[in-house]
Design a protein around this ligand. Structure first.
Ligand SMILES: O=CC(=O)O
Length: 311
């Protein structure tokens, strides 16, 4: 039985699988509890795992992250201490791409305000002038971040006969050939797209990538979708672009900060739809993510290579 640390409580369902091999302890940065015997960290939720936390666990053999994005883990500190970090790539792609499309349709067709309207007193009869949205079919989608999730978004968008543009650190001739996506510089993608979908990881290069200058390049009818990380977008610039109708709408699964403070002005705008970081939140995907997380954790505890190690 090896001691492992959890950063957040696990759903009941997963406890027997984990407890079969491990003694569980919850990390609390506010206490000076002793984690000297801890061999692994199961990072559930996005609690920051920094050098200080690693140093409180001198016997640490593995950090296993439940999810793909590891921007909350200090990878350099882990590497310096020889601690492998695992994540769960691949299994989140379909669910995250599904939610990208859901937010595209929901913002384009004003689903949230329409639902409120349909429940209210003002809805007395069919009115063809009411709540006119944007046609998704046949419009142009610009995908920023043509990794696995970006490719899945493109695959779904083909069903809407969309013109598909992408921007990525490196060109993807394989995706261009398979999915008919056309490479664009960031500026050209912003200028040409009806929908701009952020599906990239958070890195120093993508932090603050979309700010006032970028909103100024977008069409006034454009819709921004963020399924990446809140910090890819400058929140104040986004608020001003939506408020001043420099762009039409935004669908955000992530925000910076996350959550937004209850009195944040973005929450008062009707042309933004926000979901609470649900990209991979389906039963099937969550299940697979946990299986992969435990595979990495147990491999690390056994001193074996992790099936999915972040390099
Ligand atoms: O945000 C969720 C993930 O990185 O998997």
């Amino acid at each position: 039985m090896k001691d492992i640390i959890l950063t957040d409580p696990l759903p009941e369902f997963f406890l027997p699988h984990t407890q079969a091999r491990c003694e569980l302890r919850y990390f609390d940065s506010a206490t000076d509890a002793d984690f000297a015997a801890s061999r692994g960290i199961l990072a559930y939720g996005h609690v920051t795992i920094d050098a200080e936390m690693m140093d409180r666990c001198p016997q640490l053999q593995v950090i296993s992250n439940h999810g793909v994005g590891v921007d909350h883990i200090d990878l350099q500190a882990a590497a310096a201490r020889g601690i492998p970090v695992g994540n769960t790539p691949g299994c989140v792609d379909a669910a995250t791409a599904d939610l990208t499309i859901a937010l595209m349709l929901a913002t384009a067709r004003k689903l949230v305000v329409s639902d409120a309207f349909a429940r209210g007193e003002e809805f007395t009869r069919y009115n063809p002038a009411l709540l006119i949205g944007q046609e998704v079919t046949g419009s142009t989608l610009g995908i920023i971040g043509m990794g696995r999730i970006g490719c899945e978004v493109a695959r779904r968008a083909q069903a809407f006969q969309m013109r598909l543009l992408y921007h990525n650190r490196t060109r993807r001739p394989d995706a261009e050939a398979e999915l008919g996506v056309q490479y664009r510089s960031l500026d050209d993608l912003l200028q040409e797209s009806d929908f701009v979908s952020l599906n990239c990881p958070l890195t120093p290069e993508t932090t603050g990538m979309i700010g006032a200058a970028e909103f100024a390049k977008m069409k006034s009818s454009a819709i921004l979708l963020n399924l990446a990380r809140g910090q890819v977008v400058d929140t104040q610039a986004l608020y001003e672009a939506l408020r001043d109708e420099k762009i039409q709408a935004a669908g955000l699964d992530v925000t910076d900060p996350e959550p937004l403070p209850r009195d944040h002005p973005l929450l008062r705008l009707s042309n933004v739809i926000i979901t609470p970081h649900l990209g991979s939140a389906t039963g099937r995907t969550r299940h697979t993510m946990m299986q992969r997380t435990l595979e990495n954790l147990f491999a690390g505890l056994d001193g074996q290579p992790l099936p999915n190690e972040v390099k």
